[in-house]
Ligand binder design. Structure first.
Ligand code: HEM
Length: 218
């Protein structure tokens, strides 16, 4: 499987797949399939995909370690950048479609609504990660500092889950599923770190226990 995943066409294919949710949104928009409140539908749809991509990007390392499909490491940066792109689109659809670029009103919402505050903090924290995702920035920062910075994702993901959870009034099934997936992904890293510090040399050599925010290989 690892050899299959290393084929040159796979990464562009994953790239196109990641554009799928946007294409589906465009199709729904053009065919009048966004329901009675299209603006809310667009904001929510993009928010859902932003969070999914954050979780997918976080899942790459555990999945790679468990399956031994090391080729997956080459997708991590791309998936992280897709997460950022969906977050920006989600945020911009709120700013442009919902608030008509009324920055004063947006500022008041950020202060007034706790879930918007958390979302905004997550966006702000994501910016340095996106800006330092290039090889040149990785080199400039150095591996250790780059890794430390990119551990911000362990704050961003819970903020994204909390942002969703806090806005839900009745059915909390979806945020609960997101929270459970996140707990598993973070729990795996904590376990890897404990094994690493416990002196298990095989884990130390292979588990990226520290905790797997190492620079992507491509
Ligand atoms: C990492 C950052 C963020 C993530 C992962 C995220 C994710 C989400 C998710 C999953 C939803 C729920 C979608 C649904 O109901 O199916 C949502 C809704 C929403 N988000 Fe975000 N969001 C983020 C940042 C922001 C920011 C910065 C703002 C605005 C400043 C914002 C404004 C909203 C609004 C207005 C809704 C819809 C609430 C409603 O319909 O009642 N989000 N977001």
């Amino acid at each position: 499987m690892d050899r299959f995943l290393r084929q040159a066409w796979i990464k562009p294919a994953v790239f196109v797949l990641c554009l799928g949710p946007l294409a589906w949104l465009a199709w729904r928009g053009l065919s009048g399939g966004l329901g009675a409140n299209p603006i809310e539908a667009v904001i929510r749809y993009l928010g859902d995909w932003a969070l999914r991509f954050i979780l997918i990007a976080l899942a790459v390392t555990p999945f790679r370690k468990i399956t031994g499909w090391n080729a997956l490491a080459r997708w991590r940066r791309m998936l992280g950048l897709f997460a950022f792109a969906y977050v920006v689109l989600h945020f911009m659809s709120y700013v442009g479609l919902d608030q008509f670029f009324d920055w004063g009103a947006i500022g008041r919402e950020i202060v007034k609504r706790r879930y918007i505050t958390l979302g905004m903090v997550a966006v702000v924290l994501l910016v340095p990660l996106a800006l330092t995702s290039t090889n040149a920035m990785m080199k400039r920062l150095g591996g250790k500092r780059w890794q430390a910075l990119h551990r911000l994702v362990y704050v961003i993901a819970p903020l994204g889950v909390a942002h969703h959870w806090m806005m839900v009034k009745k059915d909390i099934t979806e945020p609960m599923i997101h929270a459970a997936i996140l707990a598993l992904l973070l729990g795996w890293r904590v376990a890897a770190l404990v094994r690493h510090n416990g002196g298990d040399s095989t884990v130390r050599a292979s588990s990226c226990a520290a905790p797997c925010s190492s620079p992507p290989s491509s």
